[in-house]
Design a protein around this ligand. Structure first.
Ligand SMILES: [Zn+2]
Length: 482
């Protein structure tokens, strides 16, 4: 599709933030999804006086849920206790679910995102993917859709029986059924091909083994082979919690990562979400294999997972992006706030002062991006690069600065910018957010429709809250956490 020429005037262009000083007043010409030209301006329109352009932020790990987890009563707590509460989510229209999720992300500054699909109906995944593909096109964000593969250790890592000992007999059959995979490996691999037929410039397919504890060795090896053959990327949760790490250490005597390496899964095509509990050797191996990880700081706080060992990542030269995981600190999908939180945490764990704004923007705009669309020359504002760009209005951000040049504007942006300061978000030369509101779809109407749908479904098919509470109680006893 050919897009018309659009122009954007700004007071500064941060082509590579932190790496090189910004260009002064400029007019960016955007055509056919790319930056056609950056023209210096002698005279800037007054309304552009405080506007700056930055490469577009990328959300390296998310689930694209239109309903926030708190909205349906999955309250923040340890991941293993929180997961059963996700069963409270009403089955809603998959288009509304994705469109609201993506439009909120766009308002949060996200131009590209990894979407790890949480299936609502295991037998209707293709229809759900079609709705997600349509939502990505309508909203205008670029989405990598990870097709979920799972088949073991649902409910609890390892055998189910010790957990059942803490539950009434009436619950046993239901939990045994939850341990049964919904789809076979062959069905899942065929689904990847079917969903690939839905691909467009804003929607690409990835293999999505949900996590090593939930995917059997045969499926994992098949995914590694299929990724090598097809060149498609793989996106997987890894070592989000210490319990997952302990499970893996007990299960794989030679080490889980050594096993994943032996089957060929560790490659530049792989992204690992969380990776909170990596040790030094893991970091070195992943860096050597060119794997990207996604840091999800807010999510790790809210789900009591611990903090990523950023110091180790930096020691090993492990590259990483930043992800919201549907769990931003203020539940507002604000990618700029998430970036600030990661920035402070990184600074705190980097005792050698190696981590500078240049590396932060490399994670946010370049390495996270690579985990979504691969190498495409994006993440930088220059002629010929994809026209994916964030324009911030910095008037409020600089309002109390005593001197005009100190601190530097980028320092203030890192310290203060939120989604409220977004003047525009451009994706592939299309303006999808204008004055902090999604411009491509009518988000308030979509949200209202989603909530109506969710409330109606909740009333018609309420979740079995007592059963979920019994399971959480049993898990607490089984895991010894209370
Ligand atoms: Zn996740």
């Amino acid at each position: 599709m050919s897009l018309p020429l659009r122009t954007v005037e700004v007071a500064g262009v941060y082509a590579r933030p932190g790496v090189e000083p910004p260009l002064g007043p400029s007019r960016l010409h955007l055509q056919d999804g790319r930056i056609a030209r950056i023209e210096p301006l002698a005279q800037l329109p007054p309304e552009a006086r405080h506007r700056i352009a930055l490469p577009a932020p990328c959300n390296a790990h998310d689930h694209g849920r239109g309903l926030r987890t708190l909205a349906f009563g999955a309250c923040d707590q340890s991941l293993e206790l929180w997961l059963p509460a996700l069963a409270r989510e009403p089955k809603v229209d998959p288009y509304l679910r994705a469109a609201v999720g993506f439009a909120r992300m766009a308002e949060g500054g996200v131009a590209l995102a990894n979407h790890c699909h949480n299936t609502q109906d295991g037998r209707a995944l293709l229809q759900e993917a079609e709705a997600v593909s349509r939502a990505a096109r309508d909203v205008g964000v670029r989405i990598a859709f990870a097709v979920p593969f799972a088949g073991r250790n649902s409910v609890v890592y390892g055998p189910l029986e010790p957990l059942l000992a803490h539950l009434p007999h009436g619950d046993h059959e239901r939990l045994r059924r939850m341990r049964q995979p919904t789809r076979t490996l062959a069905e899942n691999l065929a689904l990847v091909e079917a969903i690939a037929a839905l691909e467009h410039e804003g929607f690409q397919v990835q293999y999505g083994p949900v996590g090593p504890q939930w995917v059997d060795d045969e499926a994992m090896a098949a995914i590694a082979r299929a990724s090598a053959d097809s060149g498609r990327r793989v996106h997987m949760h890894l070592f989000e919690t210490q319990r997952q790490r302990r499970w893996a250490d007990a299960e794989y005597k030679g080490g889980l990562l050594g096993h994943l390496d032996a089957i060929g899964l560790l490659s530049p095509r792989l992204t690992l979400a969380h990776a909170v509990w990596l040790d030094e050797a893991d970091c070195a191996l992943l860096a050597e294999r060119g794997v990207t990880v996604s840091a999800n700081v807010s999510s790790n706080l809210r789900l009591r997972s611990g903090m990523p060992a950023f110091g180790r990542w930096l020691d090993a030269g492990l590259r990483f992006g930043l992800g919201l995981d549907g769990m931003s600190l203020d539940d507002d999908e604000d990618m700029l706030r998430e970036t600030r939180l990661a920035w402070h945490q990184l600074q705190a764990s980097d005792r050698q002062d190696r981590f500078q704004p240049a590396q932060l923007f490399q994670a946010l705009c370049v390495d996270g991006r690579r985990s979504i669309v691969g190498e495409d020359g994006g993440g930088v504002l220059q002629t010929g690069a994809p026209a994916d760009m964030l324009v911030l209005d910095t008037q409020q951000i600089v309002r109390d600065r005593i001197a005009p040049d100190a601190p530097e504007l980028l320092e203030l942006v890192l310290a203060r910018a939120t989604k409220a300061h977004i003047h525009q978000l451009w994706v592939r030369g299309r303006c999808i957010v204008s004055d902090a509101a999604c411009a491509s779809v009518d988000l308030p109407s979509l949200e209202a429709a989603l909530l109506d749908d969710a409330r109606a479904r909740h009333a018609a098919e309420p979740p079995d809250a007592p059963a979920i509470a019994r399971l959480q109680r049993a898990l607490r006893m089984h895991l010894g956490c209370c």
